[in-house]
Design a protein around this ligand. Structure first.
Ligand code: C5P
Length: 196
């Protein structure tokens, strides 16, 4: 069975948790596509060109332990604005999406560019303040700086020319600003059930 769930949205909106829960509940494979751009950003920080880093990416690169930091997120959103980097990563993501048994991919352009034919498309969002607060609970530090970083990354992701962050025309939006994570997961699972 081929069945793709595409989940897009800004940082810390809840798409990671929702994706993992959908994968667990329906037995789908899960790809956090942000990790791909984070891994490319980390290789560039070590001196590789962005194009070489993207073309030479192997699955083990996604398992590096240093990809979750705020700095890695900023580095990711810089390389993610380079069209040659995005182009080099399309096939890997599409192959993952069409594997047997179903797949859920989360990112910024899954429903719009990578999998425009996905059976289910969700756009998971929340206000910048709520997302910054959630991120701050995870990483600590200066709360106003975390908010500034969230806004800076949103701005870069939404305003780039190639594959900007935006909901697909046929995506269902889930605004998690005033929802518990359980309620958001339930809403997302209900959408999957509707299309199965
Ligand atoms: O989701 P995450 O915060 O890990 O993503 C890191 C960065 O990678 C994002 O800010 C975005 O610039 C980029 N990204 C992207 N397209 C995706 C996933 C992530 O451009 N599908």
């Amino acid at each position: 069975m081929k069945f793709t769930v595409a989940i897009d949205g800004p940082a810390a909106a809840g798409k990671g948790t929702i994706s993992r829960q959908i994968a667990a509940r329906f037995g789908f494979a899960h790809l956090d596509t942000g990790l791909i751009y984070r891994a490319v950003g980390a290789k560039v920080a070590e001196g590789m060109t962005p194009e070489a880093a993207a073309e030479g990416l192997v699955p083990e690169d996604l398992e590096r332990g240093d990809l979750r930091s705020l700095e890695a997120g900023q580095a990711a959103s810089k390389v993610a604005a380079i069209p040659a980097v995005r182009a080099a990563l399309v096939e890997f993501q599409r192959r993952f999406a069409r594997q047997d048994g179903g797949a859920v991919l989360d990112g910024r352009d899954i429903g719009t560019v990578i999998c425009p034919g996905a059976e289910v498309k969700l756009f998971v969002t929340a206000s910048p303040e709520v997302r910054a607060h959630r991120r701050w609970l995870e990483v600590g530090g200066d709360a106003s700086q975390v908010l500034a970083e969230v806004k800076e990354r949103d701005d870069r992701d939404m305003n780039r020319a190639d594959a900007p962050l935006r909901p697909a025309a046929d995506a269902v939006t889930i605004d998690t600003s005033e929802m518990t994570i359980d309620a958001a997961v339930d809403a997302a699972c209900a959408e999957v059930l509707r299309h199965q």
